[in-house]
Ligand binder design. Structure first.
Ligand SMILES: [Fe+2]
Length: 213
């Protein structure tokens, strides 16, 4: 499949363009700071944007939505939105066809209640739920509990060779795999929720101790 990771600015935000090379139908994820540039990249690659999605409703992921819709006619969809073309709602397990490929929505609340990950072929786009070697920030114990459940129940149920593409390049690399995160991500290695939350609380000290920047 066609897949391009596009650094857009902000806090090392990453957008994505993914497409079925046969039908040339594409989906865009988190166009945020670079809607025009991403539309240009799609045009240059001969791709037709069928859908756009935002992984959650934080400004650094949604600020390009108006410009993207003006330019392409495709309005980025968030969790709960209904796609005007297919009438499909963006909800857990919803599947948006790109020809031979499909975008499958995984509802992964925690960082925000509306956080989604998008599973396309052998790739998963994890927004601010999972970074390389880190996980998304949470603002309450209940949110951390939801995130812990989403990480283990949803993301870690994917095959180890699934490629992981996060919403920010804030980890040790801009991309990873589920297997690599399962084996090395210190948050995913915590044996239970209490120790997961404990690492969130003491992340600054842990990073210093382990030389993580
Ligand atoms: Fe966020």
């Amino acid at each position: 499949m066609f897949l391009q990771q596009i650094p857009t600015g902000g806090d090392r935000n990453l957008a994505y363009l993914v497409a079925d090379p046969t039908t040339r139908r594409a989906a865009v994820i988190d166009p945020s700071y670079a809607p025009e540039r991403i539309a240009d990249i799609a045009d240059d690659a001969g791709l037709s944007v069928a859908y756009a999605f935002c992984t959650h409703d934080h400004h650094d992921h949604t600020n390009g939505n108006e410009a993207f819709a003006r330019r392409t006619g495709v309005r980025p969809l968030l969790f709960g939105d209904i796609d005007p073309g297919t009438k499909l709602r963006v909800e857990d397990a919803a599947t948006f066809s790109l020809g031979r490929l499909a975008v499958r929505i995984l509802h992964t609340p925690g960082h925000t209640p509306d956080s989604i990950c998008l599973h396309v072929g052998d790739a998963v786009f994890t927004g601010d739920t999972l970074f390389v070697g880190k996980v998304g920030g949470t603002d309450s114990t209940a949110a951390a509990r939801a995130e812990y459940d989403a990480l283990h129940r949803v993301l870690l149920s994917l095959p180890d060779d699934t490629r992981v593409f996060p919403g920010h390049d804030v980890g040790v690399a801009p991309a990873s795999t589920i297997g690599r995160e399962r084996r090395t991500n210190p948050f995913l290695l915590r044996p239970d929720f209490d120790r997961f939350v404990d690492l969130k609380r003491h992340w600054a000290a842990y990073k210093k101790e382990h030389g993580i920047t």
